[in-house]
Design a protein around this ligand. Structure first.
Ligand code: PGA
Length: 257
């Protein structure tokens, strides 16, 4: 059975170390000893070590929101996978919609990063999702298929089980409401089928697909009641320890049913 996940990216919402450390301590107090599901937090790069020191020994893991597509060299301002490994990151987020839109990240770059993350033993959380324009043109399936196949291009089947896809419809990020839970399930099932068709049942069945896009304590339960939704990726509403805990609890409850 695929283990359920609740992760939070702090993006750049948390923009001071003091606030980051306080939030990490609170989250640790609220959910630090829950091990029914996997949990992770992705702070900004310079905070990773400090957050890791707080979370060590708890069941909450940590990771980065991005990394370089190359291992080493003249890439000013970039962060190499080796350093993330040394910081004991478990996860690295790749190809978030904001990176694709604001920093011109392409599917080809995403693929390079996925390969590198696996090489360094980091679990890639690969973000995919259609825009409003895709949706208006009924292009969502083509977009998702393209993003999935690019992400997995050239990766050995046995390595694929490590990968997590985060289905994040761009039109649902930063909004008040999430996408409709039934729509989310249908898209997760579509994504899984694309993987099965191209790489076989074993790969498609073991890859976890989590949903992100305005996830809140109110929507968490409905979003995770369907079988292809393996967890939630939380943005704004995860910046509060009580919210994070209630999202975690909803996912656990649905897991037990
Ligand atoms: P949001 O962010 O929950 O603030 O919409 C989600 C995301 O981009 O992963």
């Amino acid at each position: 059975m695929r283990k359920k996940i609740v992760g939070a990216s702090w993006k750049m919402h948390i923009n001071s170390i003091k606030n980051g450390l306080e939030l990490a301590k609170e989250i640790k107090d609220y959910v630090g000893n829950i091990d029914d599901i996997e949990m992770f937090i992705l702070p900004a790069f310079p905070m990773i070590k400090l957050i890791a020191d707080i979370l060590k020994g708890t069941s909450i893991k940590w990771g980065a929101q991005n990394m370089c597509f190359s291992e080493k060299g003249a890439y000013t301002g970039e962060v190499p996978p080796q350093i993330l490994k040394e910081l004991e990151c478990n996860y690295v987020e790749i190809g978030h919609a904001e990176r694709r839109m604001l920093f011109n990240e392409r599917d080809e770059t995403v693929n390079k990063k996925v390969k590198l993350s696996l090489k360094y033993g980091l679990i890639p959380i690969v973000c995919i999702g259609e825009t409003q324009e895709d949706l208006d043109n009924n292009f969502q399936n083509v977009k998702l298929r393209t993003q999935v196949l690019w992400a997995l291009n050239g990766i050995e089947k046995q390595e694929m089980r490590e990968i997590i896809f985060a289905y994040e419809p761009v039109w649902a990020i930063g909004k008040q409401k999430t996408a409709d839970p039934e729509y989310v399930q249908s898209m997760h099932s579509f994504i899984r089928n694309v993987i099965i068709e191209n790489y076989g049942y074993e790969a498609g069945n073991s890859i976890r697909i989590i949903y992100g896009g305005s996830v809140s304590p109110e929507s968490a339960s409905l979003l995770t009641k369907y079988g292809d939704v393996d967890g939630l990726f939380v943005g704004r509403f995860g910046l509060n320890a009580q919210n994070f805990k209630s999202i975690v609890q909803s996912v656990i409850k649905n897991n037990i049913k």
